[in-house]
Design a protein around this ligand. Structure first.
Ligand code: GLN
Length: 538
């Protein structure tokens, strides 16, 4: 049977529960165990798909097409395990399921209540789709003491009772602040948080203490005593300079060892930390760098393009160079400023996006990259904008647009069911007819002798999608005649997946999101190649 490790957080949010869980997953995997990581989110949205990046940062997409919390991206990047739909659960989804069942009369007239009906459904999710895993790490979102997360905490308490204490472990992550005025490290917030946790029936087995400075023995002893945890299980996590140091630092603190000891399991392999050491060295010490501009609507929000920032860094790791991200807000990018703003840039990237706001700045930047032969990568919306730029300026279709921006103009990008069978736009189409999002893995076939085929070194690829609109395939010949090649198509040849420019050193647009599949220990070929081109451009 799988062992379950529940990770909760206390005192404040953003302590790095996700990174701690992901690092633990790596260490256990490296020791030869099969691991799964899940996130239980206490908000009422059924999934984060409809949440604004302002609220929630990036929406991470899994192979099987789930729109999930961005922590699942961390999990994948650190553990190398692809997340699934069943790995992210929200309160909204739980209630949705329970209420649907209630409407169908499945509870046979009983009063439907948080305990046991909601908690039962949570427990089902925790166990769902687990087969040969040795460990399932479940991170509970939010902070202990929140009203919202109570049903989850109650459910994991019950779960531990159901499957036995020897098969479950509770890890609690807290803040141990340093008070400058008195030059002291304070354990009281941790004590209070653990007290709160115990008041709802959970005694932590390990406490991870997030701290700015190393925690002296005396303070550890205090935490151990007041929180009723073995001193060996009071583990510190001091701020690291780069997230890639996290697995190394948790290993030094023996987090994985303590977990195995708790479950009385012997390690199968020695942990291999070399890749992380190499990456950390590269990220921290590399003096050479390239400037890459990311032009998007949400660039000033730290987590809005999380996987993308990571994938670019991975591209740098592959090329032994530091990637300096220059974030440019598309709304504020004036067409006349482009030359000045992009002067020292070695590569331009337009990420995924929704809506018309800020598009003219993006299109002007693409024009600049095309004409000045600056390496360019357009992702999803970025590819669609590259199509519009090319149509307007090379095919002389001045009103080229996307039907996402409303009626009117010449929509080269649209919903597939907005075209008639000859590929002509049906005017005044009712948007409600629109297809839903294309989500998750889809295959693309790569054209012979294309740059993209060289990059992937494969005839066929599968990448993750998250979009509604498509480039109208019927324009293919027109574009290709002028030098923009549709270098990958869906297997039925109806949907353009990748475009590239013939007379340009590196100009690629992809309809999917390659950033979701890049990992520090296995940088994505597209990002490695993009950064290489940027390095050569410099
Ligand atoms: N808004 C575009 C669409 O829905 C692009 C989406 C994206 O970039 N992820 O097709």
């Amino acid at each position: 049977m799988a062992r379950y490790i529940f990770v909760t957080g206390g005192v404040v949010s953003s302590l790095g529960k996700g990174l701690s869980s992901a690092s633990l997953a790596y260490l256990l995997q490296s020791r030869g165990f099969k691991v799964r990581i899940r996130k239980l989110d206490p908000y009422l949205n059924v999934d984060p798909g409809t949440m604004s990046p302002f609220q929630h940062g990036e929406v991470f997409v899994t192979d099987d097409g789930a729109e999930t919390d961005l922590d699942l991206g961390h999990y994948e990047r650190f553990s190398g395990i692809s997340a699934k739909k069943s790995d992210n659960i929200t309160t909204g989804r739980i209630y949705n399921d329970v209420l649907k069942k209630e409407r169908k009369g499945k509870y046979l007239g009983k009063t439907v209540q948080v305990i046991p009906h909601i908690t039962d459904r949570i427990k089902e999710f925790i166990k769902d789709d687990v087969s040969k895993e040795d460990f399932v790490i479940c991170e509970i979102g939010g902070t202990i003491g929140d009203i919202e997360s109570l049903p989850f905490v109650e459910a994991i308490r019950q779960f531990s009772n159901d499957v036995g204490k020897k098969n479950t472990m509770f890890i609690h992550l807290t803040l141990v602040p340093y008070m400058k005025a008195s030059d002291e490290i304070k354990t009281k917030p941790t004590q209070h948080s653990v007290k709160e946790l115990r008041s709802i029936g959970i005694q932590p087995d390990i406490i991870i203490c997030r701290s700015e400075r190393p925690i002296p023995y005396e303070q550890r002893k205090k935490i151990s005593l007041f929180c009723n945890v073995d001193i060996k299980n009071v583990i510190e996590t001091v701020d690291v300079k780069t997230i890639y140091e996290a697995p190394i630092s948790f290993y030094k603190e023996k987090l994985d060892r303590q977990v195995l000891d708790y479950f009385k399991i012997k390690s199968r392999n020695n942990v291999n930390l070399n890749p992380w050491k190499k990456i950390t060295k590269n990220v921290l010490n590399n003096k050479k760098f390239v400037d890459i501009a990311i032009i998007g609507k949400y660039v000033n929000l730290k987590d809005a393009y999380k996987s993308l920032d990571e994938a670019l860094t991975h591209g740098g790791i592959a090329n032994n160079i530091k990637v300096n991200l220059v974030r440019i807000e598309s709304d504020k990018l004036k067409v006349l400023d482009i030359k000045k703003k992009l002067k020292n840039i070695s590569g331009i990237l337009i990420p995924g996006g929704f809506g018309k706001r800020g598009t003219e700045g993006k299109i002007a930047a693409i024009n600049y990259a095309r004409k000045n032969k600056i390496p360019f990568l357009g992702i999803c919306f970025g590819m669609q904008m590259a199509i519009i730029e090319f149509a307007r300026n090379q095919l002389n279709i001045k009103k080229a647009t996307s039907s996402e921006f409303g009626p009117g103009g010449n929509a080269i990008i649209g919903l597939i069911n907005e075209w008639n069978k000859d590929g002509v736009m049906i005017k005044g189409t009712n948007k409600e007819l629109g297809g839903t999002m294309r989500l998750g893995l889809y295959e693309a076939r790569l054209k012979d002798n294309s740059l993209i085929k060289k990059i992937y070194n494969s005839k066929s690829i599968k990448e993750r999608h998250r979009h509604r609109y498509e480039v109208n395939i019927n324009y293919k010949d027109k574009f290709e005649k002028k030098g923009m090649i549709f270098s990958a198509l869906s297997p039925d040849k109806k949907l353009p997946e990748i475009i590239e420019l013939k007379n340009h050193p590196w100009f690629i647009g992809v309809q999917f999101h390659p950033e979701f599949k890049s990992r520090p220990l296995a940088p994505h070929p597209l990002f490695s190649s993009f950064i290489k081109a940027a390095k050569n451009h410099k």
